[in-house]
Design a protein around this ligand. Sequence first.
Ligand SMILES: Nc1ncnc2c1ncn2[C@@H]1O[C@H](COP(=O)(O)OP(=O)(O)OP(=O)(O)O)[C@@H](O)[C@H]1O
Length: 353
Amino acid sequence: MRRIRTNKEGGGQMERDEEVVLELNGLRAHFRIKEGVLKAVDGIGFAIKRRRTLGIVGESGCGKSVTSQAILRLLPSFATVGGEVLLRRTKEGRAETVDIAKLDPNGEEMRSIRGGEIAIIFQEPMKAFSPIHTIGDQITEAILLHRTKDRKEAKRIALETLRKVGMSNPEQRLNEYPHQLSGGMRQRAMIAMAVAGNPSVLIADEPTTALDVTVQAQVLRLINELKESNGTSVIFITHDLGVIAEMSDEVAVMYLGKVVEYTDVDTLFYGALHPYTQALLASIPSISRKHERLETIEGTVPFPVDLPAGCGFYNRCPKARPGVCNVGDVPLYEVKPGHQVRCVLAEPGREAN
Ligand SMILES: Nc1ncnc2c1ncn2[C@@H]1O[C@H](COP(=O)(O)OP(=O)(O)OP(=O)(O)O)[C@@H](O)[C@H]1O
């Protein structure tokens, strides 16, 4: 394990909320497939503070789920992972940083981080549960693994957590099997299992896509409540900009394995600069535009193997400039503090188009 820095834990609540809990630097996840090297995630970086939600948005295949799997070291063994995933945590009263990208994916330390300090919930809760054990047993086992060795205490925490996530009849649910619960209740049970380990980071990977709108709203509210009450940092992955608006403090827009725009949520909706973000925003329905034709983004996302030089969005971009945008790598420009854009047209000093 590589520890980067050690210092005394400090400060009050406000100060603690300024703490960066997870930081990605140049994270890469590449797959060697028969067509070549598929660059699913290709050098992304961002930092998440305590009690903040980072939304990750982008079209299908842009690398959102591979990012979350890379953070949790859940990728298949033929994937090559590079860069840094720095988790800041407190162990035995001292603050330390561990680089998850350097850990053995199957080692003890990674198994304790996964489901402990970093937990994940996803679209299909049946995948999170074994069909042959009760909800109560599975949540209790997760607690025994990460929080206490006392079975009675673990059962008490399991019940308390089911109550906290708004499960009806929690005592009865403890003895039920996953298939006996409704879709919404299963989602709550999965969230209960994820937060039972008291994670400092919760990754939510399209957790509400399969739910009807009422249940979706309840689950989103629940995640926000848990974030506030536990100080959890959330990475919320979605292709839905409406959900991004509701959930995020900061947003990373991904395209072809790269972050193309990173900013706070207000700037995303009122001052996006990347043509891809602008195209995504133009493609969402709004009440004021209800009689207008909804724009779709022209063209398709290229296959992420052997990509041509330059910007990945070049072939679809309405503002593309030949000889400018399709030569060389495009850096991420900081256009103002906290707002980064990977577009040559956003280069400071360049005339606006
Ligand atoms: N195990 C794998 N082997 C090879 N390629 C993979 C593997 N997993 C993902 N990919 C590829 O990596 C790229 C990114 O996939 P990823 O699942 O992260 O996209 P996504 O943004 O989450 O999309 P969606 O919204 O559809 O879930 C895609 O081109 C995908 O085909």
